[in-house]
Design a protein. Sequence first.
Length: 472
Amino acid sequence: MSDKHHGGHPHRSQRGPRKPRDGGGGGRGGGRRGGGPSSGGGKGFKSAGRAEPVPADLPETKFAEFDLAPNLEAGIAAAGYIEPSPIQAGMIPLVLEEKNVVGRAQTGTGKTAAFLIPLLGLLEPVEDAAEDPDASPTGPVRILIVAPTRELAIQIAKESDKLTRFVPVRTVCCYGGTSIDDQVKALRDCMVVAGTPGRLLDLIRRGHLDLGSLDAIVLDEVDRMYDLGFRDDVDRILAAGKSRQQTILTSATLNDDVENLIAKHMGEHERVIMEAKSLTVDAIDQTFYFVDPRRKQDLLIEVLKSLKPAKGIVFVRTRFSVDRITYQLQQRGMGAELIHSGLPQRKRERILELFREGKFPLLIATDVAARGLDIDDITHVVNFDIPNHAEDYVHRVGRTARMGKEGAAVTFVTIDDGPYLTQVEKLINKEIRQEMYPGFELEKPEPAAKKEAKKQKRPPGLPPWANVARRR
């Protein structure tokens, strides 16, 4: 099994030979031209699918090195992509060669475009768009993207919609909590589907999502899918899409569960690994406050008053705490709204849209609800509760300082959180700066290793109340 690691910009890779087109057209898998009417599911995402005329004033981009179709290059430029990020430079040539690819990179590094751009580039309607600008989008489904949350699925679908602005390819987004009938209608005429595991599996079982002409399956943030309990659903979706020619997997971490999935379903593959030194947290001003757990909410209010974030996210561990904190901030007129999995999907989408538009400065969220948020101008991230897993810290703070912008991250640490702080600092290979807020001063807890060393200085068998100095 090929298991090569690529990091940063590789030399330009020569694309492999195309598979012959049959008489009806249809890209590398020989299907018909494709698209679909709309995403269904209300306001979250709607793809027109019809190709727009290409403007004459688009900027030149360095994506030209990948020899993509002109209309797709135009979509890339219109979407604001000028130079490939490291994960994009690593993955795009490999996917264009129709290889199975595993990509590991953190939030905010551009990995969605890293798999979307080359997969779209292999579709025949994309290649033919310049010669046939009036072509109608049709099916069958050729690219299936599985995401752990509704928000991430919507983000991916919107990204696909931006990239296919000048080509006749339509994208459909499928997730629960919305009308399945609308999604069934949309699936009749689409080439790209993004969705959550539960709804996709439901559509497959009912016979509404036909994967017989599938070119590729993408599992995006598969580690989070496993965290959320979608292990069996992922296996079933991969089994249903056995006719695919490519499997692409992205993950922030490659733990044993993910490695087992790779071994079971991917076979020979290439890896593009963004090592810890490339983590986006390097560009973030990171601080922490050591605080009495009973005073965390008071400290949060004072810190937010001091920082005055233009657009900030406060991460909290539980839905109950999200509700309580949001209420307290609203009572003080601080412009906060909440988002968690207990809200109806339409309300979550509405709150996120208002947040993107800058209608209020603070979003109070749980990890699950905030996964996959596509908001590029976050100025501050506050970890009201430090996460139990260091990787989740990187995901959280990666919401700010995206694509080269500046950002700040603040974390509250209680006396029981010392080990979690140590794990985070080891992962990012950086000591986070401690700050003191007047009236909330506490000493930083000693690392567990130092505490253990102190315990071992006491002679064996000596009772804890004995004076060690006098025994000497």
